[in-house]
Design a protein around this ligand. Structure first.
Ligand code: FES
Length: 109
């Protein structure tokens, strides 16, 4: 596992998010109560940008159809809907995050 510096801690304050481009992937970096988390930014359903969704506590809602993911694990919390149809959406991927001094680093295999 190799860690890459992606941000400074001051750039992403408590309750904030940042889109990160790293090694051909786009990730969503979030801070909740001083702990940083990283998941894939692209919704596994139809590619909505989770960065554009609403972050509430440990959950981020996809702006396209409302599926909700856990920012700690990438797991689906609530499936979204299209019209009256309930979706079956897969989990997204989570990445390890560590802090070194003022640097935020994301780990990749
Ligand atoms: S694209 Fe995210 S729920 Fe459909």
């Amino acid at each position: 596992m190799q860690y890459y510096k992606v941000a400074q801690t001051g750039e992403v304050k408590d309750g904030e998010k940042k889109k990160i481009a790293l090694n051909g992937k786009v990730m969503l970096l979030t801070n909740f109560q001083g702990t940083y988390y990283a998941i894939d930014n692209t919704c596994p359903h139809m590619g909505g940008s989770l960065y554009d969704g609403i972050l509430e506590g440990y959950s981020i809602a996809c702006p396209k159809h409302g599926s909700v993911f856990d920012i700690r694990t990438g797991k689906i919390i609530k499936n979204g809907k299209i019209a009256f149809f309930n979706l079956k959406v897969s989990d997204t991927r989570a990445y390890p995050v560590k802090i070194e001094g003022d640097d935020v680093l994301i780990g990749l295999e």
